[in-house]
Design a protein around this ligand. Structure first.
Ligand SMILES: [Zn+2]
Length: 279
């Protein structure tokens, strides 16, 4: 009887999903790392979470949580194959409140009305960027730890909520670094340049694809040193900081996307540097 029980437990453990997660509680705007134990007869495919699907690469997957996700218990569905047979298993997670600061702004109405032309341009650029972010390249360009795009004081963190007349109207989508016009900026890691453009809101913009759904973005630049399609190395100069786009003063706005979702760039870098990447 006892032997039978042991055998059952053993069989079950052979088929159960073996994984490690950076944290079961993930704040909105942050990313978690889910790593599966290698199993010769098993192929991990993707993980469904909050209506999104994230592809598993090399037995691991990044789970980004949208800034707008509400705190609650959620279920991640892991899709995998055992000996080619389709299977699923759920993992219980919890979205917690990121506790971001709020910036309350009382305005009459929108005082800054965009012209029809500007509105059209901004919408087109938004669509173009989204197409980039939701394109997941199979290749992983990351070979070593991320570095900062410049060494300077952080002037505004990711996530500060912008509340107009008591309604959440947006949030700070990246991390701002102090940078006077003309400060050299470097690629935070290896990758392929996928966008180099002067845009309405973000001004001189560079986007780098680091592979497998991870992108880094550099905004308000004054000069570009890279071209679309170019492979860049970590610490390679990509251009100069500036004051272009809709800004009140010169700085670098640095942001990141994972699997199409905007996340805190510094937390993402920290997560990857601590858990996966080596020096
Ligand atoms: Zn910013």
């Amino acid at each position: 009887m006892r032997l039978l029980f042991l055998i059952l437990v053993l069989i079950q453990s052979l088929f159960a999903l073996n994984y490690e997660i950076s944290s079961n509680k993930i704040a909105n705007g942050k990313t978690a790392l889910l790593q599966f134990k290698h199993n010769i007869n098993r192929a991990y495919e993707n993980v469904e979470l909050l209506g999104w699907k994230f592809k598993v690469f090399d037995n691991r997957v990044l789970l980004p949580i949208s800034y707008y996700a509400k705190p609650k218990k959620v279920v991640a569905i892991v899709h995998y194959r055992d000996y080619g047979k389709e299977k699923t298993q759920t993992i219980n997670l919890e979205v917690i409140d990121g506790g971001y600061a709020k910036e309350k702004i009382q305005v009459q109405k929108s005082k800054v009305q965009l012209s029809k032309k500007d509105k059209k341009r901004a919408a087109k650029e938004y669509k173009e960027a989204n197409e980039i972010y939701t394109t997941i390249s199979e290749k992983n360009y990351l070979k070593s730890k991320f570095i900062m795009p410049l060494h300077s004081k952080i002037t505004s963190l990711f996530g500060k909520a912008r509340v107009y007349n008591n309604t959440l109207k947006g949030y700070h989508s990246g991390t701002d670094f102090r940078a006077k016009v003309g400060t050299p900026l470097v690629a935070t890691n290896d990758g392929v340049v996928v966008l180099v453009k002067d845009r309405f809101y973000s001004g001189g913009s560079v986007i780098i694809d680091h592979g497998q759904g991870v992108y880094s973005c550099y905004y308000h630049m004054s000069k570009f040193d890279v071209r679309v399609g170019e492979h860049v190395k970590k610490n390679q100069r990509i251009g100069l900081s500036g004051v272009s786009g809709r800004v009140t003063g010169p700085h670098l706005h640095f942001s990141a996307r994972v699997g199409g979702i905007q996340v805190d760039p510094l937390q993402l870098i920290d997560l990857l540097n601590k858990n996966i990447l080596k020096d």
